[in-house]
Design a protein around this ligand. Structure first.
Ligand code: GDP
Ligand code: MG
Ligand code: ZN
Ligand code: ZN
Length: 1590
């Protein structure tokens, strides 16, 4: 161990009060003079470049990672204060040119001269060394490390001793350099292809220092750069005065010591030195920086002093050095001219120090710097051969302390704790250590993942019944979780958690950094992990790879890797399993908050554990939700993912792009996906439409070593589908070098994109081709791109085939992809051969360009929504779930998509109702027009009227159709409703609108025809009535004449009247009854025209007599091959029964209305039968259909005949006359007695003419009003969408706990729904007397209208009252009729009857009329409020709300072929039927053939298993469930969302198992034990879950 003994000797300079305050916890020393004063030069400089507020150490790494406007558009550096930021930005993207941006860009060449004149010191320039020193002084510990790391990647020298302004104080930058790890290949190892990887400060590397005296004209740095350069690469590791922008004088960088390393690549003729060498360079002369010089001399293998001559002071210093023999070299720049004078001082000191001649190197003025550096090189090489001991940088701190230099690192508690933990590993194998200390992520966790996978795939059920197997898997899972939950917190984890739980973020950061450093050190030395990795790469690069050996190596590598991520993973699992045991300790429940904090601090979070192929769902959920809360629920995320083959530079790409620190190649051997949060600055949040950019880095895709093993395609596909599914932007990293590899990646990616298209997620995708040389790229691109596109298309086709999407042929069918815009060529990372190669500026620029583009896509001109964390989590869950099934697309269920679908359905239903309502209202008035309006029209006129109405309605429907389609179009343009997820339903919805329009058109036409029929029959009735009335009235007058001259008592008069009445009416006949059965039979014959059944039809006598026996399926109904099958027959019988039942229901409902029979009823009935037939027609002979229809028509003929008779009797002339009899008698008596009959006449008029019209008026629009009430009131959520309707029905069933109801619901679904709806309306209408209110409202309206009309009618055109005579009464009535023509029709016959021989005059009659109207109103009001029988009202309405609601809710009426669950899809024209929960198949009579036991399996389980089924459709041959779509292509049966989702039906089966068995004549099902434990509450909960009800 190092560094144990240095602590006491280091003199820290932290003494000022400030330093003890805020910065004490930081290990970085603040830079002050011993007396606490900051040197003025330093402060001046800092304020000039605008860094003073960050001094000291206040600039954090975190603050630089934020995404702000400079991340997209880098502004040109326009003031000196911008220089540091420009430099940092460039450095962070690894641009090796960053040091040259230390001057302002001259944008005005003309001013150049003036500028320099005015500003001789060049205020617009900053010396890069000053800048670097300033930045290091301002940076906090972690930024310092990052700066050093990035600088060393650019092959810049890095600070070793950092000066504190212009004084002799310096800090040894031990901590800052700690993170630099380098790889090199010393020549003695190159034979064995070995290599070394080490932390640069821990490696034993010969150390050479270069210093100068005051008088030195040779550029030391330039010389060194030459020494370090090799071949064609000319790198300026050290800044020197001839570099661009450097001329400026140094302000604060004097005494700075920089260091850099020469590292051999292992190739003999490329390497200048065969072993690594360190070069330190002291800025400024040794007199100014004596402490630094002394330090360097002491720690160096050798020190080279550059000089022209030696001055006295220097002489003194040099001669005081000890032990200089092989350690001191003089580099003398001999100038032309006064050579000897200078050389005297050199010779003198050489002698005095007793240096060998070879230690003095003289540069001849004729030799240039490059040539001279060779000489230098040789000297160094020679010195290297003598090196016996070297000192690591880590060990230098003792010397530093002795010399009063400070060190940027000290032993802290965090370091000790980290050491403690790593020490705990001891000499154990890493795997053993992990098993012991990180045991949760061991075998059990992996087994758990396997179980979860098996739960979805059900591959090995053995002999077990599927549901039994499923619940066994579930039980095993629970057991493992329980077991895991019982384990105690391991020692290491306890310590780890304790330390990361600290509230002091700095402490946590240090702790984690230390752990990482220590672990790496341990793995490097004890395990030789890098070597292992190297071997593996070697293996995989071999021509003939040995798979076994590779697998072993891979395993060894996995076993031996250990990093913070393992501890973090364990932490997540501790939380995950502790939730099982419920007694979650406080500290454990705090973990998500802690992890959220760390995520916000820029630490990555493991999202998917690729080793176990599992996601700790609760952990991830809770951590992210915690984060969501922490940021005030402002967590819109833009997800950016990189996918590509292992070691293709993905992490490097992200790191370069965003300045983050995903572990690069060396780091990690875990597999999976990690995410990292980048804050977006306030001002950019709006523009980017997000609060965070989340980077997801993936590990282990297509790991070449594993590629040939097991089912790696499967594994990769899962990973790719998962992360692509999560991301908004995906970068696919492909290297053009390896085409096989590229193909693999492309295939996986296209496959994933294809799946995303299916589920409606549309990521932006970029292909990045790495290692494409800058120049050649341009020329080659055209053909290359073509080639690439061809390959993409080829891969798309393969994937499309696998997903059974033959329509998709090209990649552009899958994604909006522009080969020009979305393909990027990026040059190789290194400019030259590592390890000495700097990062290629071209790489840096290309990556910056890509980043700019990516962020601009994020800006979202495409308008897609970026999700918040809760939604993102939902995506995680549903994607991961679906990924586990074999059929991703079928298995994908996402509540966001479900909500989106539900929302559009709700709106759609609303629009549909508006559409229907509009047309229904129109239809009502049109019907009225035809039936009653325009009294004079004859038949041909009426026909014309109906035709023109039909044209009108067609136009109206077209308008509505267009409006609705527009609404839908608008909806799909919305940005806030996730419409992309329901894109695939768009066509369905459009088709539904079209079919809706057709349906409405048909139905309206039908209604209009009926109205015409009614009109015709009314006319007939009227004619008869008129005749009869004439006859009667004549007779009454005759009788009156006869009696006039006698004085008769009332009784006598009545007697006379009776006699007369009997005589007159004896010959009045009733209406003629039509042959209804005959008409029905005609319709049936017409419909069966093509069925070749004429002969049999001819045999049939009267329809209504033929069938009274229950319908039986007979053998001759079935196709021959099925005849013998008992099950087929049973199923067919149950089918026939249900058809008959629902048809009977239809017939009854129709017959209940007070209408006449119409042929359209029969047509509709037969269509209904036709609709249900196709399902069965393939199994039965035409005879079946014939018999069935005949049977149903038999029922219909009886009912419809009944209906017809009822209708006739209501209009029977004889009856009518009888009705009028009392009135005629009264008239007769009044006339005889010459009594004033005014009020009675008015009353009769109101009763016979007004009342029926008013009642008709009230019920005419009542249907629509009831519907409106139900559909738009807030109580009626039930009807908003079909799935919610289903949920409600099932919820109620459960609460009712009535077996019969369940049976009815399952077996007679349609009837059940009809009844349910009817009951619902009844309930709704009786609450608060709603129906009565509606009626009263209508009554009020119409009575007002009539009263008003009466008053108006009593005046002539001129507004003067009609003359008060008898004739005016007729005028009055005619006027009224005119005014009310739009609302009611006053029957002419009734009018004539009631006004027969009226004696009164107009004025009193009017008065009486108004009085009588008032009475009518009261009377009706009373009637309404007394009437309890809502049923009757409903049945008589011309527009029946129950039918409309049923149409709306019943949907397509299809039922699952396995379990009979009804389809819940909205819209009639959907492509696939689906239901939220399926039921155990036994509930629909399914039984095990051999045992007669009901089948408990859910179809949602079966269709994802390896099981088979057989039924009539498969011709009783076994067929795999997984391929059920062969027989039922219209059904989409996804797996249950959760195991609990189907609890409802499991519960029902358990509750009524025996009764169902009895009902179905089978044996009870064997239900899994676990089902018996399901409670009613759980059942309801499951139902809610299945329907996404909160
Ligand atoms: N030659 C070369 N090496 C690269 C390039 N990009 C990355 N690397 C190196 O390849 C190794 C793997 O990179 P890494 O980013 O970890 O790959 P990942 O596994 O895809 O994340 C690292 O050592 C990188 O330095 C490149 O363009 N060219
Ligand atoms: Mg990586
Ligand atoms: Zn089903
Ligand atoms: Zn359907």
């Amino acid at each position: 161990m190092f560094g144990q003994n240095w602590l006491p000797r280091v003199s820290f300079l932290v003494s000022g009060p400030e330093a003890q305050g805020s910065k004490e916890k930081s290990q970085t020393m603040s830079t002050q003079n011993a007396d606490g004063q900051h040197p003025a030069v330093l402060l001046n400089f800092l304020s000039r470049v605008g860094l003073e507020k960050f001094y000291p150490n206040k600039l954090t790494l975190r603050s630089l990672l934020e995404i702000n406007k400079n991340s997209i558009n880098e502004e040109a550096v326009s003031s000196v204060k911008d220089i540091p930021w420009g430099f940092l930005r460039k450095l962070f993207k690894l641009n090796s040119e960053c040091r040259s941006c230390t001057q302002l860009s001259d944008n005005d060449d003309d001013d150049d001269n003036l500028d320099t004149l005015d500003d001789p010191v060049g205020d617009s320039k900053v010396n890069p060394l000053d800048l670097i020193v300033a930045l290091f002084l301002c940076a906090d510990s972690f930024l310092q490390q990052e700066l050093a790391l990035k600088m060393s990647m650019c092959q810049f020298s890095v600070p070793l001793l950092l000066p504190h302004g212009n004084n002799s104080q310096s800090t040894l930058m031990l901590w800052a350099l700690r993170d630099i790890v380098k790889e090199w290949c010393p020549h003695h190892l190159s034979e064995s292809r070995g290599f070394v990887e080490n932390n640069i400060i821990q490696a034993d590397i010969p150390f050479y220092s270069f210093v100068r005296l005051k008088n030195c004209s040779l550029s030391k740095s330039q010389c060194l750069n030459h020494v370090l350069s090799f071949g064609q690469y000319n790198n300026n590791m050290f800044i020197h005065r001839d570099m661009k922008g450097v001329a400026h004088e140094r302000n604060i960088a004097n005494s700075l010591v920089e260091v850099c390393w020469y590292l051999p690549s292992g190739t003999e003729n490329l390497d200048k030195f065969s072993n690594p060498v360190a070069f330190a360079n002291l800025r400024g002369n040794i007199c100014e920086s004596l402490a630094q010089f002394t330090f360097l001399f002491q720690v160096s293998t050798a020190t080279f002093v550059f000089l022209d001559e030696v001055e006295e002071e220097e002489h003194k210093i040099l001669t005081s050095l000890q032990d200089v023999k092989s350690k001191l070299f003089f580099i003398v720049n001999r100038k032309e001219g006064n050579v000897t004078e200078d050389m005297v001082s050199v010779n003198k000191i050489q002698k005095e120090l007793d240096l060998p001649k070879t230690s003095v190197k003289i540069k001849d003025p004729r030799v240039n710097v490059a040539g001279f550096s060779d000489k230098l090189c040789t000297a160094i090489k020679k010195s290297l051969t003598d090196v016996t001991t070297t000192m690591t940088i880590e060990n230098m701190l003792e010397r530093a302390a002795e010399l009063g230099l400070s060190v940027d690192e000290r032993t802290s508690d965090e370091k000790k704790a980290a050491q403690e933990i790593v020490k705990g590993i001891g000499v154990q194998h890493i795997q053993d250590y992990k098993n012991q200390q990180l045991h949760l992520q061991g075998v059990n966790w992996k087994r758990l993942s396997q179980l979860e996978m098996e739960e979805c795939r059900l591959q090995e059920p053995g002999d077990l019944e599927l549901e039994e197997y499923k619940s066994q898997l579930h039980v095993e899972k629970q057991q493992i979780k329980k077991e895991l939950g019982k384990r105690k917190l391991s020692h290491a984890m306890k310590s780890f958690i304790d330390h990361v739980s600290t509230t002091d973020k700095d402490k946590r950061d240090f702790f984690l950094k230390w752990i990482q450093l220590q672990l790496n050190a341990h793995l490097q030395t004890a395990i030789q992990l890098p070597l292992l990795r190297h071997k593996l790469t070697e293996q995989s690069n071999k021509e003939e790879t040995n798979i076994n050996e590779m697998a072993q190596l891979e395993q060894a590598l996995l076993d031996n890797s250990l990093g913070i991520e393992h501890y973090m993973r364990e932490m997540g699992l501790i939380y995950e399993v502790s939730l099982q045991s419920r007694d979650t300790a406080d500290e454990i429940s705090r973990l998500p908050g802690l992890a959220a904090e760390m995520l916000l601090d820029g630490y990555p979070l493991e999202l998917l554990d690729g080793d176990a192929s599992n996601i700790p769902e609760r952990w991830v959920t809770d951590v992210l939700m915690e984060l969501h809360r922490k940021v005030g629920e402002k967590s819109r995320l833009l997800i950016l993912t990189v996918l590509g083959v292992q070691s293709s530079g993905k992490s490097t790409l992200l790191n370069t792009m965003f300045g983050v620190q995903f572990p690069v190649s060396s780091g990690r051997c875990t597999r999976g996906a990690y995410m990292l949060f980048l804050r977006v600055s306030e001002d950019m949040q709006c523009q980017l439409k997000c609060n965070f950019i989340v980077l997801i880095d993936t590990e282990g895709l297509k790991s070449p070593h594993l590629a040939q093993l097991e089912d790696s395609y499967e594994h990769d596909n899962q990973l790719a589908t998962f992360v692509i599914g999560l991301s908004d932007v995906t970068i696919i990293n492909v290297s053009m070098e390896n085409s096989a590899e590229m193909k693999d990646v492309l295939q996986i990616a296209t496959h994933a994109f294809l799946r995303m298209k299916e589920i409606g997620k549309k990521p932006v995708c970029h292909f990045v081709h790495q290692n494409v040389g800058g120049v050649s790229a341009h020329a080659k691109t055209k053909t290359d791109r073509k080639l690439f596109l061809d390959q993409l298309n080829e891969m798309t086709q393969i994937a499309a085939e696998m997903e059974k999407q033959p329509a998709i042929k090209a990649f552009t069918d899958v994604l909006d992809y522009d080969i020009e815009k979305n393909t990027w060529n990026i040059p190789g990372l290194w400019h030259g051969t590592p390890p000495m190669a700097p990062v290629n500026t071209g790489y840096s620029e290309a990556v910056a360009d890509l980043k700019k583009n990516l962020l601009e896509t994020g800006k979202g001109d495409t308008g897609y929504e970026v999700s918040q964390i809760p939604e993102f989590l939902e995506w995680i869950r549903s994607l991961w779930k679906a990924v586990k099934y074999e059929n991703f697309i079928f298995s994908f269920r996402n509540t966001i998509a479900a909500h989106a679908y539900n929302n559009v359905c709700k709106e759609f239903n609303q629009w549909e109702w508006e559409f229907r309502k509009e047309i229904l209202s129109w239809q009502t008035s049109a019907e009225w027009d035809i039936s009653y309006g325009d009294n004079k029209s004859d038949l041909s006129h009426l026909n014309e009227l109906v035709q023109s109405k039909k044209i009108q309605v067609a136009e109206k429907i077209a308008v509505q159709d267009k409006i609705m389609k527009q609404k839908l179009q608008e909806y799909y343009k919305r940005k806030d409703r996730h419409v992309n997820l329901i894109e695939k339903f768009k066509t369905e919805f459009f088709n539904t609108i079209s079919s809706l329009a057709n349906e409405i058109q048909r139905s309206v036409d039908n209604k209009l025809d009926c109205a015409l029929e009614l009109r015709k029959s009314l006319k007939e009735v009227q004619d008869i009535q008129r005749n009869n009335r004439g006859m009667i009235e004549e007779q009454v007058m005759n009788l009156l004449n006869d009696c006039k001259h006698q004085t008769l008592t009332d009784e006598e008069l009545e007697d006379e009247f009776e006699k007369m009445w009997a005589k007159v009416t004896v010959n009045v006949s009733g209406l003629k009854e039509q042959n209804i059965p005959g008409s029905i039979f005609k319709q049936l014959r017409k419909q069966l025209l093509n069925h070749n059944v004429n002969e049999e039809l001819d045999k049939i006598g009267d329809l209504k007599d033929i069938v009274k026996e229950p319908f039986k399926v007979k053998n001759e109904h079935l196709k021959t091959n099925l005849m013998k099958n008992k099950d087929t027959k049973r199923e067919m019988q149950s089918f026939a029964d249900s058809v008959i039942e629902s048809c009977t229901r239809f017939v009854h409902d129709t017959a209940k209305t007070e209408r006449d029979y119409n042929d359209s009823f029969t047509r509709e009935l037969l269509e209904k039968v036709d609709l249900s037939l196709p399902q069965w027609s393939k199994h039965c002979k035409p005879q079946f259909e014939f018999n069935l229809k005949l049977y149903i028509c038999g029922i219909a003929s009886r009912e419809f005949l009944h209906m017809h008779r009822r209708f006739l009797s209501g209009r029977d002339p004889k009856l009518q006359l009888e009705n009028n009899k009392p009135q005629y008698l009264s008239d007769f008596l009044d006339l005889y007695k010459k009594r004033d009959d005014c009020q009675r006449k008015a009353n009769d008029f109101v009763r016979l003419c007004i009342k029926p019209a008013v009642e008709e008026y009230i019920s005419r629009s009542l249907g629509i009003q009831i519907l409106d009430q139900i559909l738009t009131s807030c109580h009626s959520a039930e009807y908003r969408s079909r799935s919610f309707f289903h949920y409600n029905i099932q919820k109620e069933l459960l609460q009712k706990e009535d077996f019969e109801s369940f049976v009815k619901y399952i077996c007679k679904y349609e009837i059940y729904v009809k009844d349910w709806i009817f009951q619902y309306i009844l309930r709704n209408m009786s609450i608060d007397k709603t129906l009565c209110k509606l009626k009263n409202n209508n009554l009020q309206v119409i009575v007002n209208k009539i009263t008003e009309a009466t008053q108006q009618a009593s005046k002539g055109k001129d507004g003067v009252l009609l003359p008060d005579n008898q004739e005016s009464i007729t005028k009055l009535i005619n006027n009224m009729r005119k005014y009310l023509i739009k609302d009611i029709s006053i029957s002419e016959e009734a009018e004539k009857t009631t006004l027969f021989q009226i004696q009164s005059t107009c004025h009193p009659f009017t008065k009486s009329l108004i009085k009588s109207l008032g009475e009518l109103k009261e009377q009706l009001q009373e009637e309404f409020s007394n009437c309890e029988d809502i049923t009757e009202t409903l049945n008589k309405l011309p527009i029946k709300p129950q039918d409309e609601l049923f149409k709306r809710m019943f949907g397509c009426g299809q039922q699952c072929p396995f379990c009979n669950v009804p389809c819940e899809a909205d819209g009639k024209e959907h492509e696939k039927h689906h239901a939220a929960v399926h039921r155990p198949q036994g509930l629909h009579r399914y039984r095990v053939v051999a045992t007669e036991k009901l089948v408990p399996t859910l179809c949602t389980t079966s269709v994802h298993s390896k099981c088979k089924f057989k039924n009539a459709d498969t011709n009783w041959k076994y067929h795999p469930y997984q391929k059920y779509t062969k027989y039922y292509p219209d059904w989409h049966i996804p797996p249950d969302a959760t195991i609990e989702a189907s609890d409802y039906w499991k519960y029902v089966l358990v509750q009524y198992n025996e009764r169902f068995a009895r009902e179905y004549e089978a044996k009870p099902a064997d239900v899994p034990e676990a089902w018996r434990r399901i409670t009613k509450e759980q059942a309801l909960k499951g139902l809610k879950e299945a329907f996404n009800i909160k």
